[in-house]
Design a protein around this ligand. Structure first.
Ligand code: MBD
Ligand code: FE
Length: 295
């Protein structure tokens, strides 16, 4: 059975391009890459042409998630499963594929309306090695594990689980948590060694709650933390270690209001269900209203 292999790229609608250019480079160390298009710029993490398309203008939120499949045959097979399940999708045009720097794609939405693209054949710019936006000790951990993970809105987590399973992801509820509005039972799903590539079950006002990016070196997480603190950026959850992916992370506000979770040292995905009611340590809430879970 053909499955998605990684969260390959993400499109974001942003209201303040200049704030984002500074934030991406100076805080996270991402490479800001401009191809002279007036309505967008790109963020790079590795040899990929881009991992993020930053669409200037519009509401500050997720524009689309790009989930990779191996090739055209794999895309046809997944599309066949969508047909069987009566899930509508649209084939991307040649121009739309070129716009994303991929060889082919289809466009659809998950059960909560989060835009999804399934693609194959990304442009890997081997002549353009990653050039970090600020000094870095190591790299971003990408490769077969994709760009990181997203926590997205789900009106009906059971329907979302069914949808992402159809794409080939696996996973399940991994926490029972307390929140100001009652119990949350978030679901975490994976499609490669990354412990999760998508999570849902904690809803806010936007489609996107957070994106998690991971460094290969602890020192780069420490540097990011220093920059966030020195710039006085709102921290939603302080440094701490998750019980499921065992990553050391912290969460802070992006110029779009949703959160960036930066991390280091995560464990691999696993296929037997277990659950947690607390994290290993830390992740204390600091600025509320952004990720109101009691970890
Ligand atoms: C995560 O990455 C996360 O964002 C939450 C809320 C819980 C466990 C792992
Ligand atoms: Fe996360």
């Amino acid at each position: 059975m053909s499955k998605v292999t990684e969260l390959g790229y993400v499109g974001l609608n942003i209201s303040d391009g200049d704030a984002w250019r500074r934030f991406a480079a100076d805080v996270a160390g991402l490479e800001v890459f401009d191809e002279g298009e007036p309505d967008r710029f790109y963020l790079r993490m590795d040899y990929w042409h881009h991992r993020f398309v930053m669409h200037i203008g519009g509401e500050d939120d997720l524009a689309y998630m790009g989930w990779r499949v191996a090739d055209q045959d794999a895309l046809d097979e997944v599309a066949g499963r969508l047909n069987t399940a009566n899930i509508p999708y649209r084939a991307g045009t040649v121009q739309e594929a070129a716009e994303r720097r991929v060889l082919g794609l289809i466009k659809l939405a998950d059960p909560s309306g989060n835009p999804v693209e399934l693609f194959y054949g990304p442009l890997i710019a081997m002549d353009m090695p990653f050039h970090p936006g600020r000094r870095m000790h190591g790299k971003f951990k990408t490769g077969e594990e994709g760009l990181g993970h997203v926590l997205v809105h789900a009106d009906d987590p059971v329907a979302s689980h069914r949808f992402y399973k159809l794409l080939g992801l696996e996973g399940f509820i991994q926490y029972h948590l307390n929140t100001p509005i009652g119990r949350a039972e978030p679901t975490f799903m994976h499609c490669n060694d990354r412990q999760h590539s998508i999570a849902f079950g904690v809803n806010g006002t936007k489609r996107l709650n957070h994106i998690m990016l991971e460094y290969t070196e602890l020192n780069d997480l420490g540097k990011a933390h220093d920059v966030v603190r020195s710039q006085g950026i709102d921290v939603a959850l302080q440094l701490g270690k998750h019980s499921n992916d065992e990553a050391l992370t912290f969460y802070f506000a992006t110029p779009s209001g949703w959160l960036l979770e930066l991390g280091w040292g995560s464990a691999k995905s696993f296929s037997q269900q277990q659950y947690h009611t607390n994290d290993v340590f830390g992740h204390g809430s600091e600025v509320s209203g952004m990720l109101d879970v009691d970890l």
